[in-house]
Write a protein that binds this ligand. Structure first.
Ligand code: C5P
Length: 278
């Protein structure tokens, strides 16, 4: 049996570069894992795979990226096995926090450990790419500059920012595909991305997210939600609907889901642990 944490992510900045012929978008984004975790427990079993999830709203069949990761690992590795998985969900869905992608990456890592590491980390990352654009990030050590459709990843190690963030989200979620479909490249500002990245590497931050504008056009309620949040900086994560608030003085309307998080980074040889806050 193996039990692993599966962290959420935020995008400290996210720039859309262009629309590709395959319908995806080229982007450049600084991803950071944060201390909001789902927990997955894996046990080998005899007959068929089973996924049990603490959230009854989440499908447990092959619409779930965990089951897709199990099927992919079995096919690519050629190993013959069945696995029984418990998923304790804390990361909200349709939030831009990468919960499903993180669960898929955690599953690939867990199965590789259970079977005595038949493949290397670069191979696991390449399998992760087949499951979703954000999956390889969750096989980084927790901070990465991602390009391409998100899967071309430079692992950076812990940033010097000592920020704590407050995550919050409205009661509704956003569809990633809808937000991307609604974006208009001509509305985006040019940016000096190397400078933006170096600013974070130097310990300061310039937070921005090109997906806010199309998300707000799609959902004016999401813009109203952002306007109800008071903090030094408030930024949407990924394609929403979650936001992260930066600074000491954060005010969020009562009754709204919120949780304090810190950046987390794992050691190169081990997985995320509760004590791995950077
Ligand atoms: O790769 P993933 O399945 O997570 O992407 C979900 C959807 O988000 C894609 O179907 C696509 O519409 C959109 N997307 C995109 N460009 C990216 C990543 C995602 O257009 N770089």
């Amino acid at each position: 049996m193996i039990t692993l944490l599966s962290p959420a992510k935020i995008n400290l900045f996210l720039k859309i570069i262009s629309r590709r012929d395959d319908g995806y978008h080229e982007l450049a984004s600084l991803f950071q894992a944060v201390s909001l975790f789902d927990t997955l427990t894996f046990k080998r079993c005899e007959e068929k795979d089973r996924l049990n999830c603490s959230d009854p709203e989440i499908p447990v069949d092959d619409r779930n990226l965990v089951i897709q990761a199990v099927n992919l690992f079995r096919k690519e590795s050629g190993l013959d096995f069945f696995v029984d998985i418990d998923l304790d969900k804390q990361i909200p869905s349709q939030a831009g926090l990468g919960g499903g992608s993180s669960n898929a990456a955690t599953t690939l890592w867990a199965l590789n450990e259970m079977f005595g590491k038949p493949v290397t980390l670069p191979v696991l990352k390449s399998w992760g790419t087949k499951l979703g654009s954000d999956v390889p990030f969750f096989l980084s050590t927790g901070t990465a500059f991602c390009q391409g459709r998100g899967e071309v990843m430079k692992d950076l190690g812990p940033l010097k920012i000592s920020s704590k963030f407050v995550l919050t989200k409205p009661s509704f979620g956003m569809s990633t595909a809808d937000v991307y479909r609604n974006l208009d490249i001509s509305r985006f500002q040019e940016r000096d991305l190397l400078n933006d990245l170096n600013t974070f590497l130097g310990g300061d931050g310039v937070y921005f997210n090109d997906l806010e504008e199309p998300a707000f056009r799609l959902s004016p309620e999401l813009l109203s939600f952002k306007q109800s949040l008071k903090a030094e900086q408030v930024l949407m994560s990924g394609s929403g609907s979650a936001f992260f608030c930066v600074g000491d003085k954060v005010s969020i309307p009562c009754g709204t889901w919120q949780t304090k998080v810190s950046p987390v980074n794992r050691q190169a040889t081990g997985w995320y642990t509760h004590g791995c806050v950077a």
